[in-house]
Ligand binder design. Structure first.
Ligand code: ADP
Ligand code: MG
Length: 698
């Protein structure tokens, strides 16, 4: 068996392969395209395509596909084979530069939110050379952007690339003001920590709710849940260990830097974190990781659940988006430096983030909004739906000192005047409180913790990159005109702290008192559900910021709002229909069978000895029969709610009805069903219980 360094990235057409297979001039020209965004000419594309094809074929590939990320949230691919007929009846393997650069999938059934009706029916895919091509299932996968003819983006990659571009541009303006004339690009990077559940395929197959919706819609609380905290970082079970080892191998071959893995808080819950990379590659890699996690699970007789809340009453799964920005030479702009000047620069970038998060709380909130994630946010297991920033006590003291122009009482008394003082070394705060913060500074990066486990990280990073670019643009506009740079800089940092300190909160985010303070005293937004936040994508300030930076067009924003709301509505409606079906065709009949058998046994016993009281059994039959009536009634009510939702005039109204009526009716149907589960003999119950599911993997 070969060693990890030998097979790491073996299925990736990465820099090593490019350098060794491409003619020197072609390699140099491709590198310029990758590093500096230069346009690629067709001659170079042809040479790259040829080398890519030869390499892919030598690794067993027979097909190629433009791999893209439509707005469904998952990835899409359309496979074409390399084969081309030859006059002598044989075939040759062919792949041209044109095929590499552009594809035309028949994409008419991907969601476009009306865009394709307004523009052109067809969409096309365009090669993104900044993310390496790779081989998956005998296909050469070429990461691509997906647009409609006439321009509008139909995917998540296009606006992400635009947001990276504009962030780089504005950050460079700031760096020039600090005398940095060498940086060519500023790159945003992310390390996403991915949580997931593993259950056995055998159990999964018996639950229509898991199969159709990714989460359990019924299920009584297990006698043992996560109360003992004995799973978190606990010993990994052999079956899970084997899965993780296999998963790492597959990810490593694809050049994905899977680094840490451990058990999470809930039973059967685990986490995988890669080493960070650019937001673009990290997004592609995270999508691939989620796909490979599910594929590898299938090989082990397991199912990997990526839903945010597979089990009620058990911690759900999130994804922590560790984000920072660095220059092309590797200087992390969110890392406090060693010199006063570097520190002033650090504080300015820090302020840009603080301002961005405060000004665009709504965009960050809606970038993580899905029906699934609504179950987590604010449920005391994940950050609240209110956005705030944790900076830690030390940095907080520094910011206060600057704001009030008072001495900083840190390790030693130092007057905080920018450009003069050395900042103290900040300790990475590892206290528990910071785990409750939606957006925490962790020493040299921010950790955005509101993402759901199934979210594409593209959306969050588009908004984050864009909002920070907007702060930097405002700063650069002012500073470039300033007569005295240092004074202007100092004033601007002070002003940012004064204007935006309401977003800084270092306390316990799970505390109800915080939600009151945040909303009533600080005026922070609290959009509890997808239906609440999504319409705000189109608020004037958001449209202005995102369109003026060129991250989205107004048409793209409108279509995205509609698609996100459609996804929300469809997910919940499918859940409701699944509940109706399960209740009528399996749950009621199961309770009925058990109640009837119990009644028969009462009759049989009484036939033997009429004086037998059979108190328990008789009571049970009564209770179960009552529950059947209740379940039938609640099922009818849920169906009625579905009809009401179906009558909505538009998608915004539909989402509001789902929030106000449908979810309520679903909750009410669940209660008697879960009660019945606890009273019904296990052999009659049609589904594996929560205990079976959560403790089934050996
Ligand atoms: P935690 O205590 O939250 O698990 P880790 O140090 O393990 O923190 O890092 C979590 C993630 O943060 C990893 O994916 C890591 O690669 C990423 N990370 C570390 N430094 C940076 C950075 N400068 N930019 C982006 N992500 C980073
Ligand atoms: Mg973390």
């Amino acid at each position: 068996m070969s060693t990890v360094p030998e097979y790491f990235g073996s299925l990736v057409f990465d820099d090593r392969v490019m350098r060794s297979t491409l003619p020197a001039d072609v390699y140099a020209s491709l590198r310029k395209t990758i590093d500096e965004g230069r346009e690629l000419d067709i001659g170079v594309a042809n040479a790259v395509a040829q080398a890519m094809k030869d390499w892919a074929v030598s690794h067993g590939a027979t097909h190629f596909t433009h791999w893209f990320q439509p707005l469904t949230g998952i990835t899409a691919e359309k496979h074409d084979s390399f084969i081309s007929p030859s006059p002598d009846g044989s075939v040759i393997m062919e792949f041209s530069g044109k095929e590499l650069i552009k594809g035309e999938p028949d994409a008419s059934s991907f969601p476009s939110g009306g865009l394709r009706a307004t523009f052109e029916a067809r969409g096309y895919t365009a090669w993104d050379p900044t993310s390496y091509a790779f081989i998956k299932d005998k296909s050469l996968c070429i990461p691509t952007a997906f647009c409609s003819y006439g321009g509008p983006a139909l995917d998540k990659k296009t606006p992400l690339l635009r947001s990276m571009e504009v962030l780089s541009k504005e950050a460079l303006r700031i760096l020039r003001l600090f005398g940095n004339n060498t940086a060519k690009r500023v790159v945003s990077s992310v390390g996403p920590e991915q949580e997931y559940f593993l259950i056995t395929k055998e159990m999964y197959d018996k639950r229509p709710d898991l199969r159709f919706t990714g989460r359990t819609l019924f299920g009584a609380k297990p006698p043992k849940g996560q109360e003992l905290d004995d799973h978190y970082f606990g010993v990994i079970k052999p079956g899970v260990q084997a899965y993780m080892a296999d998963l790492n191998d597959e990810l490593w071959k694809l050049g994905i830097l899977a680094k840490t893995e451990h058990n999470e808080v809930a039973p059967a819950q685990h986490e995988l974190a890669p080493i960070y990379t650019t937001t673009n590659i990290a997004t592609d890699h995270n999508q691939l990781t989620m796909e490979i996690m599910q594929k590898v699970a299938a090989k082990h007789g397991l199912v990997c659940l990526l839903h945010e809340k597979p089990f009620a009453g058990v911690n759900g799964s999130g994804k922590h988006n560790n984000w920072s920005i660095a220059t092309d030479s590797g200087q992390n702009l969110l890392s406090p430096g060693a010199t006063p000047y570097e520190n002033a620069q650090f504080l300015l970038f820090l302020c840009a983030v603080i301002k961005a998060v405060d000004d665009y709380q709504d965009l960050l909130r809606l970038s993580v909004a899905t029906a699934g994630n609504d179950h987590r946010l604010g449920a005391n297991e994940a950050p609240p739906a209110v956005i705030s920033i944790f900076v830690g006590d030390e940095l907080n003291a520094v910011l206060e000192a600057i704001e009030k122009d008072i001495p900083y009482e840190g390790t030693k008394k130092t007057q905080m005047k920018l450009g003069v003082d050395v900042l103290p070394k900040f300790n990475r705060d590892t206290t528990d409180r910071n785990r409750t913060s939606p957006f925490a500074f962790t020493g040299n990066k921010f950790e955005f913790r509101m993402l759901g486990s199934s979210n594409s990280i593209a959306c969050a990073n588009i908004m984050l990159n864009a909002a920070v670019a907007e702060s930097l643009r405002i700063y650069a506009d002012r500073l470039e005109k300033a007569e005295d740079f240092e004074t202007a800089l100092h004033e601007m940092i002070r002003k940012t702290i004064r204007d935006h300190k309401r977003i800084i909160f270092n306390g316990n985010g799970y505390d109800d008192a915080w939600i009151r303070e945040a909303t009533e005293e600080r005026g922070l937004l609290n959009y509890r559900t997808t239906a609440d936040c999504m319409p705000h994508l189109l608020d004037e300030k958001n449209v202005k910021m995102l369109t003026s930076l060129g991250v989205f067009t107004i048409e793209e924003m409108r279509s995205r709002r509609d698609i996100m709301l459609e996804n929300y509505c469809k997910s919940v409606v499918i859940e409701a229909n699944t509940m109706v079906d399960m209740a009528r065709t399996q749950i009621i009949p199961a309770i009925e069978a058990f109640a009837a058998d119990t009644a028969r046994s009462v009759a049989a016993k009484k036939a033997v000895a009429a004086e037998l009281p059979c108190r328990y059994e008789t009571g049970l039959v009564r209770t179960l029969t009552g529950l059947i009536d209740e379940i039938a009634g609640k099922t009818d009510e849920l169906e009625a709610a579905l009809l009401t939702v179906g009558g909505a005039a538009d998608i915004v109204e539909e989402s509001a009805l789902i929030r106000d009526i449908l979810l309520q009716a679903m909750g009410e149907l669940r209660v008697p069903c879960d009660k019945a589960e606890m009273l019904t003999a296990k052999s009659y119950w049609p589904y594996p219980t929560y205990s079976d599911l959560l403790f089934g993997v050996k």
